[in-house]
Design a protein around this ligand. Structure first.
Ligand SMILES: Cc1ncc(C[n+]2csc(CCOP(=O)(O)OP(=O)(O)O)c2C)c(N)n1
Ligand SMILES: [Mg+2]
Length: 345
């Protein structure tokens, strides 16, 4: 038997969701999963280089927060090296994410970033960051500029919220503590979303931290902290909606701890030998996509054929993204130093 932390229970009956929104959230999660599976295939075929970290299993967090509670394309999103799916939820087209993975000039970071450095000014994706916790102060900077434009420059349209995603391991890094302090002090419009997948490469979360229940760390900053079942998209969406409403009203940040699990190794170079079979099976049985599909059918919001049609459509989008990436040009060597500064745009 694996000893698992009790997941908070969420009563879906208190949530309202339309068919349209349900299908959109389902599609976003399926896109994330299908994209990552294709990415693994392409990595093993030698189409991309460097470290590649997949998001399988954690889809309910990205889709629930960004698609379920934010205004993608207007609000800001900040990620880590596990960033492909956050980019997709934020609206970056799959073909631009795949092309970036292939190092092509048509990639969202113009082929300069690769897997860990997805970026899109157009979609307000502040970037994937390879150093653990590196994105946290960057995200706070984005939230600060929104507040500054609104309160100091008098720009009423500046009501954007920033979502900053990071892992359990990042919560033991100083940037987490310093930034949360400042964000709470200045009541910044930001969501700190910890994806607690129990592991930081091969380091088990309980072995690395004095208080494993991360949401409790918010209390010392006088910040709201909530824990949520990160395998349940409706639970994530509800927690994120409350946090977004709080941020837009000027009431400051929220720390959301989503309890989740990655279904694959840390990166595609990881043989994944540290985690027990029993633990993996416990979490595989809580697959967020299968569970949400079951919910949609049970609630008569969708029938299995409609869901299959979405699966097929998404598969086509992902297949096309590979064709696009393969047929795109490499960045021109003469442009090696271009795009280092914003004015090169
Ligand atoms: C500052 C820093 N230290 C160490 C590393 C090496 N490293 C890469 S990923 C990782 C684990 C982070 O785990 P977590 O924050 O839980 O995110 P997850 O991979 O589980 O999504 C570490 C230690 C790094 N990238 N940056
Ligand atoms: Mg982790």
């Amino acid at each position: 038997m694996v000893q698992e932390r009790m997941l908070p229970t969420f009563n879906a009956a208190i949530t309202q969701i339309t068919k349209e929104e349900g299908l959109r959230l389902y599609e976003d999660m399926v896109l994330g999963r299908t994209f990552e599976d294709k990415c693994a295939e392409m990595y093993y075929r030698g189409k991309m280089f460097g470290f590649v970290h997949l998001y399988n299993g954690q889809e309910a967090v990205s889709s629930g927060v960004i698609q379920g509670a934010m205004r993608p394309g207007e609000d800001f999103v900040c990620s880590t090296y596990r960033d492909h799916v956050h980019a997709l939820s934020a609206g970056v087209p799959a073909k631009e994410v795949m092309a970036e993975l292939f190092g092509k000039a048509t990639g969202c970071s113009k082929g300069r970033g690769g897997s860990m450095h997805m970026f899109s000014a157009e979609h307000r994706l502040l970037g994937g960051y390879a150093f653990v916790a590196e994105g946290i102060p960057v995200a706070a900077g984005a939230a600060f500029q929104t507040k500054y434009r609104r309160e100091v420059l008098g720009d009423d349209s500046a009501d954007q919220v920033t979502a900053c995603f990071f892992g359990d391991g990042a919560c033991n890094n100083g940037q987490f503590f310093e930034t949360l302090n400042m964000a709470a002090l200045w009541k910044l419009p930001i969501l700190f979303v910890v994806e607690n997948n129990k592991w930081a490469i091969g380091m088990a979360h309980e072995r690395a931290t004095s208080e494993p229940e991360i949401y409790k760390k918010a209390s010392v900053f006088n910040m709201v902290g909530v824990e949520v079942d990160g395998m349940d998209i409706l639970a994530v969406r509800a927690a994120a909606q409350e946090a977004v409403a709080r941020a837009r009203k000027g009431e400051g940040p929220t720390l959301i701890e989503a309890l989740t699990y990655r279904f694959r190794g840390h990166s595609l170079a990881d043989p994944d030998e540290m985690r027990s079979k029993a633990e993996k099976e416990y979490w595989f049985a809580r697959d967020p996509i299968k569970n949400f599909a079951g919910y949609l059918v049970e609630q008569n919001l969708a029938n299995p054929d409609e869901l299959k049609a979405i699966d097929r459509q998404v598969q086509q989008v992902v297949d096309e993204s590979v064709q696009f990436a393969e047929s795109s040009p490499e960045p021109d060597k003469s442009e090696l130093y271009r795009f280092i500064f914003a004015e090169d745009e």
